[in-house]
Design a protein around this ligand. Structure first.
Ligand code: NAD
Length: 455
């Protein structure tokens, strides 16, 4: 609502002062020279992305620590390693993926001596808008397919992670021709001004309500969009699940980055009688991972800012749920942006069930049957990810055929996103389009249909 009120006017007047027209046009001019077409040139840029990610591995870990107090070793093992891995994967496969694909003309009403094939065209200038939760990773990971496909890129990092935004700008500025890759720092006014320009593709990662603004701006120029969004990712825990292993795998992921991960488990659907056992097993796992005082654990991150801290605390205050477990004695602390891990017993209308939580709360909801859990998921928005813990192959098959989600992990959480051959993306309110490996190459490529007849 506020965006369409005074805030929008403020954005509009700002965008008349700041224009990124020359930035976009410089990249378009460069693209039109054909400089991004040779594969060797694209590979040289991928090698450079890899090289600077390795060189600045510690700086990336420090910047993420500064913005989110996230464990430096985790950032190196996940964010840094994943960007390097994506560069290597593209370097090994780009020749193959970029090749024209011959297509048979048999059965088509055309000259039998003609050939048909698909040519992989770059799209042009790509605008990449990223969020704050994995601030460096979500700029460089999508940058790899954008560049590999032969495009230029304007990166807009999140203003909510300022140390990372500054580092990304420095890394790009020192290493790349701005006609190929450049960074525009800033918040809503700068993004609004960027969206006044025409692109050949816009990739946005962030919240669904902003994605609607992005898509409306893209529509003015019929610009294709890839929207990587979020939502409430459910977990079903069936009575036959090994509760110990379930708790272990939930805790290994849920409280990383204090739950500020797009595919983090948002809530659990289980039977009433399983809740105390599951909460106790989660408590034991939390102790193993974070000790008795998560506030003092180097592995426990912080909420990104006061606004998100207030949003989370106010949801806790509005919640009618019963706290089954709060980990550690420390109260939430606004100055430190600390909130302890909580496991709650809630009903379906609870404050925690209204929006994506994106924080350290795990609500458990009762369902009387597996089918009730399926119906519950289908009554909500299509999630970015969904999870089930069960040994029953029949239930797994029904879960896969009767619910939808961007991706699914069975008997664990989040792991589908780490598999190179799988697409990563949402469905419905959790996004559109996909990337990760070849899916990213294809997303930022135009597949041109060609028919060639002998003369
Ligand atoms: P954010 O506030 O950093 O916003 C993301 C980007 O949008 C920023 O660059 C910001 O400047 C810009 N932006 C914000 N408001 C705008 C406006 N009114 N007009 C134009 N631009 C605007 O991040 P966020 O949205 O809080 O990110 C969290 C959300 O992102 C969660 O829903 C999460 O699930 C989702 N997410 C999804 C993925 C994925 O890969 N699917 C990954 C990470 C996060």
């Amino acid at each position: 609502q506020s965006f369409f009120g005074p805030k929008r006017l403020q954005c509009r007047s700002y965008s008349t002062m700041v224009s990124y027209h020359s930035t976009v046009e410089a990249q378009r001019k460069y693209f039109k020279t054909g400089a991004t077409i040779p594969l060797e040139g694209r590979k040289a840029v991928l090698k450079k992305i890899k090289e600077i990610t390795i060189k600045h591995g510690n700086d990336i870990a420090d910047a993420v620590h500064k913005d989110l107090k996230r464990d430096r070793e985790y950032t190196k093992a996940f964010d840094v390693a994943a960007v390097i891995g994506e560069c290597d994967y593209f370097l090994a496969n780009l020749d193959e993926w970029a090749k024209p694909i011959p297509v048979s003309t048999a059965g088509s009403p055309v000259d039998p001596d003609a050939e048909a094939f698909i040519v992989k065209d770059p799209q042009g200038v790509v605008l990449l808008i990223s969020p704050w939760n994995y601030p460096v990773f979500l700029c460089f990971w999508p940058l790899v397919p954008i560049i590999a496909a032969g495009n230029t890129c304007i990166i807009k990092p999140s203003e909510l992670a300022p140390a990372c935004s500054e580092l990304i700008t420095k890394m790009v500025k020192e290493n790349f021709d701005p006609n190929l890759i450049t960074v525009v720092e800033g918040g809503v006014p700068e993004t609004t001004a960027l969206l006044e320009e025409r692109y050949d593709h816009i990739m946005y990662t962030g919240a669904p309500h902003v994605a609607k603004i992005i898509m409306a701006a893209a529509a003015k120029n019929l610009t294709p969009v890839t929207l990587e969004l979020g939502g409430k990712s459910p977990v079903i825990v069936e009575p036959d699940a090994d509760i110990q292993k379930t708790a272990e795998r939930l805790v290994a992921n849920k409280w990383v980055n204090v739950g500020q991960t797009c595919i983090t488990p948002d809530y659990v659907l289980t039977r009433d009688e399983l809740k105390p056992k599951l909460a106790a097993a989660i408590e034991a796992e939390l102790t193993k991972k974070y000790g008795d005082k998560p506030k003092d654990s180097p592995l426990y991150s912080r909420i990104i800012n006061e606004r998100h801290f207030d949003r989370l605390v106010s949801t806790l205050e509005k919640s009618e749920g019963k706290v089954l477990h709060k980990h550690g004695d420390d109260h939430h602390d606004r100055d430190d942006k600390f909130i302890a891990p909580h496991v709650l017993d809630v009903h379906d209308k609870d404050a925690f069930m209204q929006d994506e939580i994106f924080g350290p709360f795990l609500p458990l909801l009762s369902v009387n049957s597996f089918d009730e859990a399926i119906d519950f998921i289908n009554n909500g928005e299509k999630p970015l990810a969904s999870y089930i813990f069960t040994k029953d192959e029949g239930k797994i098959a029904k879960f896969l055929s009767h619910t939808t989600a961007g991706g699914v992990t069975i008997n664990d959480v989040q792991k589908h996103a780490s598999v190179k051959g799988l697409p990563f993306g949402g469905v419905g309110n959790s996004g559109m389009g996909r990337y990760n490996g070849k899916y990213g190459f294809d997303t930022f490529t135009h597949e041109k249909a060609v028919y060639k007849r002998p003369l």
